[in-house]
Design a binder for this molecule. Structure first.
Ligand SMILES: [Zn+2]
Ligand SMILES: [Zn+2]
Length: 80
């Protein structure tokens, strides 16, 4: 058994509603990508080492496609 982020691994797709305009907020990928010179896919192990990131959660950046409002959302890891 291994705990992985369902979004990073393509198991699940999550779309959030924008609080500002009600539009669709699309997953922009895990937040570590933005902290580390934008490397497209970091392993989950590296993700877990980032300060402030809980072991059981992967923080993703969601961005509204209507108004560009963005928000960090913690995604619970799931066991596979
Ligand atoms: Zn993730
Ligand atoms: Zn919006």
């Amino acid at each position: 058994m291994k705990e992985v982020c369902p979004l990073c691994n393509g198991i699940q797709e999550i779309i959030k509603n924008c609080k500002r305009c009600g539009g669709d907020m699309i997953d922009q990928g895990p937040i570590v990508d933005y902290l580390d010179n934008y490397s497209p896919y970091l392993s989950n192990d590296i993700t877990q080492l980032v300060d402030g990131v809980s072991k059981n959660e992967c923080t993703h950046l969601f961005k509204c496609k209507e108004c560009n409002h963005d928000k960090r959302i913690s995604i619970q890891r799931v066991e596979i």
